[in-house]
Design a protein around this ligand. Structure first.
Ligand code: 5GP
Length: 114
């Protein structure tokens, strides 16, 4: 996979406001927040999107979702509810091709997304 801004955050080359990290994943604040709390959860493994994840990645994907829930608790948005989104490819609106889950909260979300 080619280098992305997220691989640079993982290597420490690019700074980020990191809220959580373990051996499999990290969570940091989105640079352009779309909600009062907007955190990105990414695996350390360079998977482009869930489209590119295989059976061998199932545990890692589950772990990332668990990290999303932990971060939401840490951010104080869990009780009111929040949204977890992953964009895939062009029509999905993906701009950075390293798998990431947006955790958005602190305001009421609308549906359907635009
Ligand atoms: P996507 O559009 O691929 O689903 O989401 C990419 C997200 O990465 C966007 O919400 C964007 O604001 C965020 N982003 C882009 N560049 C940076 C950066 O350098 N640092 C951080 N923390 N977030 C970034």
């Amino acid at each position: 996979m080619t280098e992305t801004i997220f691989s640079k955050i993982l290597s420490g080359e690019t700074p980020a406001d990191i809220l959580f990290e373990d051996e499999l994943a990290i969570a940091f604040r989105d640079i352009t927040p779309q909600a009062p709390s907007h955190v990105l959860v990414i695996p350390r493994s360079p998977i482009q999107s869930i489209k590119h994840a295989g059976e061998e990645d199932c545990a890692l994907l589950g772990h990332c979702l668990r990290v999303c829930a932990k971060v939401a608790e840490q951010e104080g948005i869990a009780e009111d509810g929040y949204r977890v989104v992953t964009n895939i490819g062009d029509h999905g609106g993906q701009t950075i091709f390293h798998l990431h889950f947006h955790v958005l909260g602190g305001r009421k979300m609308t549906w359907p997304p635009g």
